[in-house]
Ligand binder design. Structure first.
Ligand code: PEP
Length: 250
């Protein structure tokens, strides 16, 4: 954590909870929210966005979504555009999550279009990168991260509306967390990539979150690393006590 960058704790609910359950979870988070300077974001499924936004109104918790379509509108049965998501009150959208890369074949070009569409619609994007286990074991993880960054971030991206999340795929939902020094090494590398693509100033300002089995008992050691500016939380964001427990370390 650096005092120059506002810490972010974001919850990715994935495809979990019903609408009423999600609304109640938000109420519980709001009433148990520890005193914090951190920016708190919850990202429920699309179907919950509008109901959750009414609960979050007048609170310090922001709303995010988990996906948007890369096109503005059209014949894309079952899809939801960035503009539609923004209309619910969402301020952020997660893009490039490894589950979307893996199960939906999303490419760097797709991810870039989604970020641009989200930003054009007035939202910020939480852009995820991360290596798989064989890439970590082969020692090529920094090259993988460089490629994932370079194929997405170009001159059209508004870095003031961008958060990057480092999520090693081997740590997502597995209970295996990257060690604080492993996380910090990659975060520092991401900052160098951003400096090269944009500027040193932007690289010092961009927030880089760690994601992958973050829990209240490992959050502190990760969040105190210099280049770790917060967390993207999956499983532990579905429980108000554990989500607020993480926030208490932010
Ligand atoms: C995620 O999928 O973004 C994530 C970090 O999940 P978990 O915290 O459950 O590992």
């Amino acid at each position: 954590m650096s005092s120059n960058r506002k810490t972010v704790i974001a919850g990715n609910w994935k495809m979990n909870s019903g609408i009423e359950e999600g609304v109640n979870l938000c109420k519980e988070i709001i009433s148990n929210l520890p005193t914090t300077d951190a920016e708190i974001i919850v990202c429920p499924p699309h179907t919950h966005l509008y109901a959750v936004s009414t609960v979050l109104k007048n609170s310090s918790v922001s709303l995010g979504a988990q996906n948007v379509h890369k096109q503005e509108k059209g014949a894309f049965t079952g899809d939801v555009s960035a503009k539609m998501v923004a209309e619910t009150g969402a301020e952020w959208v997660i893009v490039g999550h490894s589950e979307r890369r893996q199960y939906y074949g999303e490419t760097g070009a797709d991810i870039r279009e989604k970020i641009l569409m989200a930003q054009e619609s007035g939202m910020g994007a939480i852009f995820c990168v991360g290596e798989r286990i064989h890439e970590r074991e082969a020692g090529v993880y920094l090259e993988v991260i460089t490629r994932q960054i370079n194929e997405v971030l170009d001159k059209r991206i508004d870095f003031s509306k961008l958060i990057i999340a480092y999520e090693p795929v081997w740590s997502i939902g597995t209970g295996k967390t990257a060690s604080p020094s492993q996380a910090n090494e990659v975060h520092m590398h991401i900052r160098q990539c951003v400096a090269f693509l944009a500027s040193t100033k932007i690289s010092e300002e961009v927030r880089i979150l760690y994601g992958g089995s973050m829990k209240p008992d490992n959050a502190e050691s990760l969040l105190t690393e210099e280049h770790v500016d917060g967390g993207l939380i999956g499983g532990a964001s579905l429980n108000a006590t554990s989500f607020c427990g993480i926030i208490s370390h932010a």
